[in-house]
Design a protein around this ligand. Structure first.
Ligand code: ZN
Length: 273
């Protein structure tokens, strides 16, 4: 999965005393587009006109990464690239892909919380922790992480594979959805399965989780078994395909980054028990 970067090490401990150096890599986005030097490397501080103090993000393998406001136009020799193109660019290794996906989450959080949502005052960086604080009303704002589930619904040697409606990505996936207010993760599993494919499930078992920075998610994977009628009633507003698929017929995704793909692989190889 994308976060499995061992022996590389991601360290998210916040240190307000850190100061960017000329060779510190910069993660910055214009909208959803990442600024890259050439097409495959992050720019460093000395490549850019830096006006405000760069914001420390995290450390990977002993290297500190920082954020600055994005330049309106990509400077000479640099490009803005869509995150999806970065993900599927084979010249960019998994460690950097994970780094920029996680950076995207933090950068957006900083950008979206320049003003306090309670009183409208300009927020300040906390001196002690990764938080933004409001000098007027005292509100403390922390990065929000959104829980969501991915569900492998099985019936003996078959699993339900789906394709999302209205997206140009055409790979098979599993039923998935966000947790709603007042719900446990297990209840999210039951509700999403009922909404998307119209089935009841039992024997819900937690599998693994995955941070997914481009959507602010923490994904929790579950396997479960269909309970009773196996006839799929597909929600056509969410899905264009939902079908029972035998283990040997599962077509995997083109990379090993997603929890979805790992769960499909596990079931294909009969290791989901
Ligand atoms: Zn406030």
């Amino acid at each position: 999965m994308i976060q499995d970067i061992y022996p590389h090490k991601f360290n998210n401990q916040y240190d307000p005393a850190k100061e960017a150096k000329p060779d510190s890599p910069i993660i910055t986005f214009k909208g959803r587009d990442l600024l890259l030097k050439g097409e495959t490397h992050l720019p460093v501080c000395s490549d850019l006109e830096v006006q405000d103090k760069p914001v420390y993000l995290f450390n990977v393998d002993g290297v500190d990464y920082y954020y600055i406001l994005p330049p309106e136009e990509a400077p000479s020799g640099m490009t803005y690239r869509r995150m999806r193109d970065v993900r599927y660019d084979e010249r960019i290794d998994q460690v950097l892909t994970f780094t920029v996906m996680t950076g995207y989450q933090l950068v957006r959080w900083y950008k979206d919380n320049v003003y306090c949502g309670t009183c409208g005052s300009r927020t300040e960086h906390s001196k002690t922790e990764r938080a933004l604080s409001c000098p007027s009303c005292g509100r403390l704002i922390y990065p929000r992480i959104i829980p969501a589930v991915i569900v492998g619904i099985t019936n003996g040697d078959e699993i339900i594979l789906t394709k999302y409606a209205g997206r140009d990505i055409n790979y098979y996936a599993l039923v998935a959805g966000f947790t709603e207010i007042g719900e446990t993760l297990e209840e999210t599993v039951e509700r999403e399965v009922m909404e998307e494919v119209g089935l009841k499930v039992k024997n819900i078992r937690y599998y693994k989780s995955q941070p997914w920075g481009v959507a602010d998610d923490i994904l929790a994977g579950f396997f479960c078994e269909v309970d009773g009628d196996t006839t799929i009633k597909m929600d056509e507003s969410e899905l264009k395909v939902a079908q029972w698929t035998k283990r040997e017929d599962i077509i995997l995704q083109p990379d090993n980054f997603s929890l979805t793909n790992e769960m499909m692989t596990v079931f294909k190889e009969g290791r989901e028990k």
